[in-house]
Ligand binder design. Sequence first.
Ligand SMILES: Cc1cc2nc3c(=O)[nH]c(=O)nc-3n(C[C@H](O)[C@H](O)[C@H](O)COP(=O)(O)OP(=O)(O)OC[C@H]3O[C@@H](n4cnc5c(N)ncnc54)[C@H](O)[C@@H]3O)c2cc1C
Ligand code: FES
Length: 341
Amino acid sequence: MVHRIHLLETGEAFDAAPDESLLDAALRQGLRLPHECQFGSCGTCRVKIATGSVAYEDFPPGLSPEEAAEGYALACQARATSDLAISPARRLAPCSEPARHMATVTSVRAIGEDVLHLALELPPGAQLLYRAGQYVNIQLPEGGHRSFSMASRPHPRAIDFHIRRIPQGRFTNGHATQLRPGDTLPVELPLGTFCYHEEDYRPLIMVATGTGLAPIKSILESLMDCEDCPPVSLYWGMRSEAGLYLHDEIMRWAERLCEFRYVPVLSRAGAGWTGRRGHVQQAVLEDFDDLSEHAIYLCGSPAMIADAKREFLARNASIDHMYSDSFTFQSAAAPQAAALA
Ligand SMILES: Cc1cc2nc3c(=O)[nH]c(=O)nc-3n(C[C@H](O)[C@H](O)[C@H](O)COP(=O)(O)OP(=O)(O)OC[C@H]3O[C@@H](n4cnc5c(N)ncnc54)[C@H](O)[C@@H]3O)c2cc1C
Ligand code: FES
């Protein structure tokens, strides 16, 4: 049976057959719903269901059971099981439409034992407007792409990245290591819905594993010296002390952010480490009995994000104020839920 889907924001409507996703049905009828990965990972197609119900063939990795229980759905995977009224999960600040550009490498250097810093410049006409927290798809010569988050305050032409070298990684341990200044790379940007929500007016808890720090850094740099910056607690999870590739720079952020607290957490710390140990999300739980008043940003390992969402909700975190950017792998063979750090 075909169901009728109403978009509350615009008053538009479309029909969805039981065997097609809400996204496929909308696109088939000429309605553009935001989307990117189309396999239930990135969360760009997240909608809130006001009335009606949906089902999934396979429950998508980019949605937690708790979010589903609160009425959120991923349109690229959800199938309607009744008529629906839906609205976009969140209003976002404006940004450029995603576009392809040929970027030029301006620098590439190691900034940690397994992290590369890659800086690119876009062509003069690009005039990019993006939200801190968004990402780029770098196109591979043999086809396909790899995603990397912009790591600095938004700039119309200059973008940079923290790229963790994966031992078997086709791009991160292959192409990326051979790049030299002056080389060109085809990129598509800006992508993604992970960004700062200033309308929340809540103290921030930022939780990153590994290079999940990159989009968090971009967001925090955009808040530096800003009068409206809320208090910020940053938890950065790494395996070992040698992996904390931006430790000294982060320590200096306290001079430019409001009530900034930085907590590095090591999962495999050596004997000499006097700081926090264990999993980064556990460190947050040790410090906060109640998370109901915070806006929480999670970035990096899919396993950390899934665990943190579940545990933080049990500590009264607001599902409407918890944002995540899951660093899933793009190679077809990659297990989507494997941990980053
Ligand atoms: C929206 C988004 C933003 C991202 N931003 C960043 C970023 O800023 N910095 C960054 O370093 N990464 C980021 N990632 C993750 C990165 O895109 C993937 O790790 C990518 O697959 C690496 O490409 P590769 O060609 O080197 O490895 P692939 O050829 O894709 O993978 C080779 C093998 O390595 C393993 N593998 C791949 N990635 C990982 C991983 N992360 N951890 C453990 N094992 C892995 C898999 O088993 C895979 O089969 C992001 C991902 C997404 C979805
Ligand atoms: S487009 Fe649906 S989760 Fe990415």
